[in-house]
Design a protein around this ligand. Sequence first.
Ligand SMILES: O=c1ccn([C@@H]2O[C@H](COP(=O)(O)OP(=O)(O)O[C@H]3O[C@H](CO)[C@@H](O)[C@H](O)[C@H]3O)[C@@H](O)[C@H]2O)c(=O)[nH]1
Length: 334
Amino acid sequence: MQGKTILITGGTGSFGGVMVRHALDRGAAEIRILSRDEEKQDAMRNRLQEPRLVFHIGDVRDPGSVDMAMAGVDMVFHAAALKQVPSCEFFPLEAVRTNVLGSQNVIDSAIRHGVANVVCLSTDKAVLPINAMGMTKALMEKLVQAASRRRNGGGTVVACVRYGNVMYSRGSVIPLFLRQIRAGGPITVTNPDMTRFLLPLSESVALVEYALNNAGPGDVFIKKAPATTIGTLAEAMRRLFGSNAEIRTIGVRHGEKLFETLATADELAGAEETDDYWRLRMDSRELNYASYFSEGRPDVTRFEDYTSHNTRRLDVEGVIALLKSLPEIQAELG
Ligand SMILES: O=c1ccn([C@@H]2O[C@H](COP(=O)(O)OP(=O)(O)O[C@H]3O[C@H](CO)[C@@H](O)[C@H](O)[C@H]3O)[C@@H](O)[C@H]2O)c(=O)[nH]1
């Protein structure tokens, strides 16, 4: 990132906040934020007081505003998205407009402007998707791969990262549980046996940087992560903040799964593994169905899906230790 011009779409969100600091530390020459909300931009501008930070009001749905922000950019982190599961269930076309068509606008603009690298942020909910948010993110991954095939591996490298629940991200369950504890309860648990992967925000930034440095066209990068049940998370929060608030089961929300899948057996069969990461290679075969029947993939059965049910499971103590490592929780504990 040293000396580079970086564009972060949706850059005023949780990810953007941490990535901006990281890129500044790494010596970025200019960081552009493309987002819709002038108030959030103003808050970030005042908080950081940083001349290398340049704000663009715009929307990934509007190709013109994307082009304006893209000129002269070296690398793009595409974080703009509709990401709340329930709201996307009620407004699926809005999710298509932002997550699918908006992503295509970003990819097209980056290729047209000769940007070196684009990293698109995807989610475990894009794997075997059942809700509109996940389905539109799955389509975003397909758009990345289609663009990568068309480029025949040259020019702009467009890749994805996929991760599970980012701990303490805006609008997510951990800050909600904390607000409920502060208010004396109840702590509302949808289903205590539901599991989710847990990823500190700092690790999601590290994953994006890893993808930036290692991506080939159309790759998807995954960070191995532990998981926990939501019942365990609620209990860990209660103990950490010395609360005896009631834990109340409220039932699952629209479009929710009991567990999430970060990668399927099929994907893992062709993947490269390191200690911390999986790199899923794009299936770069030609659209030539003759070869599909003569070149099967016998290795698929050696793997099983990588899910929040079968990954390393944290108990209450494990979750408390992870929570204590988060700067936001440290600030709350004082
Ligand atoms: O009052 C509540 C609200 C949520 N949950 C549960 O807490 C977990 C996490 O919920 P939440 O923090 O709302 O996140 P998700 O709906 O899992 O989605 C988040 O995590 C995804 C990755 O899996 C990202 O892609 C999404 O953008 C992000 O909103 C889920 O099991 C919920 O059922 C509760 O138990 N009680």
